[in-house]
Unconditional design. Structure first.
Length: 206
């Protein structure tokens, strides 16, 4: 097999693998690269129907990648909505994604109580995550759940929630704490937490 044939195979494999991705942005990037390689390969060997098809797919993917990247940090895209601990919507999200949530917050089962605040994170008209914070006193909020559905993790809505939404300051929190979890460390660093012993903390943005 020549290196040129190998490129054709790589393009086809990337297109196939892209269809297996739950994350929207990752799907678009993989599909874009795969379709671009397939376009070049099919054009070079003169298989024009497939070259045109993959070329159109490449153009569509480019459009969506640009659009999704622009929306990724667009404050207008997100809304953080406070709900009660007995709210049906967030409890539905909790029930559907309980096993996945336990991967990142294994000690959290069913947070209830007047000392807890719950927010549903929405991206346009779709609920994409939730945050549950317990009032630990003295202006400290303990993050018990910070969850984003798999499709939208590439968009890091947590950056908006923690850095620009203002919801925690509105509840009177000055500092947030999050328990240590190896699977969440990269994310916690990205949204502004820093490690202090067995917990991660960050000041609340006004």
């Amino acid at each position: 097999m020549s290196w040129f044939d190998l490129l054709g195979w790589v393009g086809s494999i990337l297109v196939i693998l892209s269809l297996m991705q739950a994350r929207v942005l990752r799907f678009r990037w993989m599909n874009l690269v795969g379709a671009a390689l397939a376009t070049g390969y099919n054009a070079a060997i003169g298989v024009w129907p497939f070259a045109v098809m993959n070329g159109v797919i490449t153009i569509i993917d480019i459009y969506w990648v640009i659009r999704l990247q622009r929306e990724r940090n667009d404050d207008v895209t997100y809304e953080v909505i406070e709900v009660g601990t007995d709210d049906a919507l967030w409890r539905h999200i909790l029930a559907v994604h309980r096993d996945d949530i336990a991967t990142f917050q294994p000690d959290t089962l069913d947070p209830v109580g007047d000392d807890r605040s719950v927010w549903v994170v929405a991206r346009q008209d779709e609920a994409v995550g939730m945050v549950v914070v317990r009032d630990a006193g003295n202006g400290v909020g303990r993050v018990e759940i910070d969850y984003v559905t798999p499709r939208f993790r590439d968009f890091t809505p947590g950056q908006y929630v923690y850095q620009r939404s203002g919801v925690f300051a509105a509840k009177g929190f000055a500092t947030l704490e999050h328990g240590d979890n190896a699977k969440a460390r990269t994310y916690l660093t990205k949204v502004g937490f820093h490690r202090e012993g067995e917990v991660w903390t960050r000041p609340v943005a006004a």
